[in-house]
Design a protein around this ligand. Structure first.
Ligand code: LU0
Ligand code: CA
Ligand code: CA
Ligand code: CA
Ligand code: ZN
Length: 416
């Protein structure tokens, strides 16, 4: 099966996600918000969700899905709870926490105490600048555009003669579409550092860099990730920071909003936005990908979008349960499966089609493949379950990003 799970409340000294959330109740409010402005949120376990169809039903109520498996752990309000029960689900309470309210334009000094090993947006930008200055000719830094709050969406290119657009297969890595999935930003930084620092002394890295153009966007949703760590504690924030927030991974313009895999309600955690690419972040990234179509040929051949958590390798389509669909032949589906399973064999993740989890529409993978025939995967990184969920301690960054080195090499190889 896929994402499992029971909600681990507290396991032998380890910090559970609920303990983290509970910590929010006592932390002082900071920034622009009125002191103490918080919203009560309740966590529930929805039992018996042992099919993708049932999990899709749960997700469609607009709840925040924390884990989807034989039961599904969600944050739900009273109305969503009533809807779930009216649909016939058995729903059990798993406690409450206070979610801090908005801090518009939040800037974080660093991650909450103990997790400073993670990189804030400013720290990421400094790392990228350092990669360029340490490796002249091997890396260039630019931007695909600005976030809703005006942050540059950094774009790092790694190749020999990086300043020149050479005729080499291109590969894209994107991270941090979802605000709270901070380990993914570290994954993109691992890719940057490995292929720049490793170039001089590692023949296989040199070979990959010399024969490809590797693009990395470490923060697709920098407003969200900065907000999530503002005020010295985590906020469990997922979406971007436009209004009540748009889910970037429901805002892409392929079969947008088609199939019950997103919500039209701005308060939903899977709000698709008022139109495809209404989020400045997805609009900017997609425009840049469109611009890589040179002389009628898309230069980017393969792509991984990193998420957390559940240790999965996912491939399109997400909008349909079917393996094949318009734009996805049986042979193409088999290629996705074969490469997906091959990558999963290197990192011990679970490989499956995206919709085996639940239906999504407007996801990045569907757009990359549907519009550009880019071999596009989602990796759901460490951990497998809710402890430690979205907030693993910084001590695991090295182990859990290195874990994907061989899969990263495979997706580069798959570009040609
Ligand atoms: O966007 C999502 O819901 C992803 C899964 C899809 C890529 C199928 N899960 S996440 O939000 O928990 N990262
Ligand atoms: Ca830091
Ligand atoms: Ca080159
Ligand atoms: Ca090129
Ligand atoms: Zn995600």
């Amino acid at each position: 099966m896929r994402k499992r799970r029971s909600l681990v409340l507290a396991v032998g000294g380890a910090v559970s996600i609920l303990a983290l959330l509970a910590g929010m109740t006592t932390a002082p409010a900071t920034g622009a918000q009125p002191a103490g402005a918080q919203a009560q949120q309740n966590i529930y376990e929805v039992l018996g969700t042992n099919s993708p169809q049932l999990r899709t039903q749960v997700a469609n109520t607009g709840v925040d899905v924390l884990e989807a498996g034989t039961s599904t752990v969600v944050i739900a309000n009273a109305q969503q709870l009533a809807t779930l029960r009216s649909l016939g689900f058995t729903v059990e309470s798993r406690g409450a926490f206070q979610r801090p309210l908005d801090q518009p334009g939040a800037v974080a000094a660093d991650f909450p105490a103990g997790d400073e090993g993670y990189h804030t947006y400013a720290e990421v930008t400094a790392e990228l600048q350092k990669a360029v200055s340490d490796h002249a000719g091997l890396a260039t830094l630019s931007s695909v555009g600005k976030s809703y709050e005006g942050r540059e969406l950094n774009l790092l290119k790694i190749s020999d003669n990086a300043g020149t657009d050479e005729n080499e297969p291109e590969v894209l890595f994107t991270c941090n579409q979802h605000a709270r999935e901070h380990l993914t930003t570290e994954m993109c930084l691992r890719i940057v550092n490995r292929f720049t620092d490793g170039y001089a002394n590692n023949a296989s890295i040199k070979q990959m860099v010399d024969t490809h153009e590797i693009w990395v966007i470490p923060n697709v949703n920098p407003d969200g990730s900065e907000y999530d760590i503002s005020g010295g504690r985590y906020h469990m924030w997922r979406k971007n920071r436009q209004g009540q927030g748009t889910d970037p991974n429901r805002n892409w313009g392929f079969q947008w909003g088609c199939c019950g895999g997103s919500s039209g309600s701005p308060s939903s955690e899977t709000y698709r936005g008022p139109s495809a690419f209404s989020a400045p972040e997805t609009r900017a990234v997609s425009n840049w990908v469109n611009s890589r179509r040179v002389g009628g040929a898309q230069q980017i051949k393969s792509h991984i979008d990193f998420h957390t958590y559940s240790e999965l390798v996912l491939w399109p389509y997400g909008y349909t349960y079917n393996d094949t669909a318009p734009g996805m032949t049986a042979a193409e589906a088999k290629r996705f499966q074969d490469l997906g399973r091959q990558m999963a064999a290197t990192n011990n993740y679970t490989p499956e089609q995206s919709s085996d989890l639940y239906i999504t529409d407007g996801s990045v993978n569907d757009w990359m493949w549907g519009n550009h025939k880019i071999l596009s995967y989602t990796f759901e990184m460490y951990p497998r379950g809710s402890n430690p969920g979205f907030y693993p301690p910084d001590e695991v960054i090295g182990r859990e990003t290195t874990r994907n080195d061989r899969a990263v090499d495979l997706i580069i190889g798959a570009a040609g």
